[in-house]
Design a protein around this ligand. Structure first.
Ligand SMILES: CC(C)(COP(=O)(O)OP(=O)(O)OC[C@H]1O[C@@H](n2cnc3c(N)ncnc32)[C@H](O)[C@@H]1OP(=O)(O)O)[C@@H](O)C(=O)NCCC(=O)NCCS
Length: 202
């Protein structure tokens, strides 16, 4: 069974399995606890596509902790079926290898593409039409890192190996090609950095 994600542009993060990849490792919340927390973060609405996408990604991550590989195979088949369903029905591509923090919310569905090597920190909000991915085909593994509490507006594209600082706000339809410092606003194409009038939480 091949455990690589579905899309060639969203490869599995290379390197050893970390505690993040192993939610049931000692000291880490269980899969059940994580999904329960995600359900709360999504307004306790289990029908929301965003919640379902996150739950499937958590499951996909958890299954990688099952050893040996043949024991994991049926879970991998189930993961692939669920992943494809979320992708094809809701238009959310969220591979299991994306590093997902706590309380990450996918507020809406449709045209959401997240790279398998991307990191999304605690309490981030991702909206419809958002791409968090590589910038050029010759660097397929380059992917953004979002800090905590990053608020990504509808249609925003965050491209390449760059870092978005904690509490940053990415405006609707921005194309972000550079690092964004913490507590700032990035708007426009290509995005420019501005100071927010006040902490903005649309
Ligand atoms: C980025 C955002 C949060 C800024 O809100 P704000 O803090 O009130 O900021 P302001 O309106 O004062 O804008 C600050 C500057 O950024 C500009 N700006 C704001 N949003 C912009 C955008 N999406 N694209 C381009 N420029 C934008 C403003 O024109 C202003 O420019 P100026 O300094 O030259 O006057 C908001 O405009 C936005 O894009 N929110 C996304 C919300 C969303 O996706 N909603 C969908 C829900 S389904």
């Amino acid at each position: 069974m091949n455990d690589q994600p579905e899309h060639p542009a969203t490869p599995a993060a290379p390197g050893p399995v970390t505690t993040h990849d192993a939610p049931d490792a000692p000291g880490s919340p269980s899969l059940r606890a994580q999904i329960h927390q995600d359900w709360i973060a999504h307004g306790k609405d289990w029908t929301l596509p965003g919640f379902r996408a996150v739950a499937v990604a958590r499951f996909g991550q958890w299954r990688m902790t099952i050893k040996p590989k043949p024991l994991r195979a049926p879970l991998s088949i189930l993961y692939r079926v669920l992943y494809r369903r979320v992708r094809n029905v809701y238009g959310i591509e969220l591979p299991y290898s994306t590093q997902l923090g706590k309380n990450v919310v996918f507020e809406h569905q449709g045209a959401v593409v997240i790279h398998g090597c991307a990191t999304i920190g605690d309490n981030c909000i991702i909206r419809q039409g958002v791409t968090i991915g590589n910038r050029t085909l010759d660097k397929p593994l380059d992917a953004p890192t979002l800090g905590k509490n990053v608020n990504v507006g509808a249609g925003a594209k965050i491209l390449g190996k760059l870092t978005i600082g904690d509490n940053a706000v990415i405006g609707a339809n921005a194309v972000v090609l550079q690092d964004v410092p913490p507590n700032t606003l990035a708007v426009g194409i290509p995005a420019v950095i501005k100071q927010p009038r006040e902490a903005t939480r649309p």
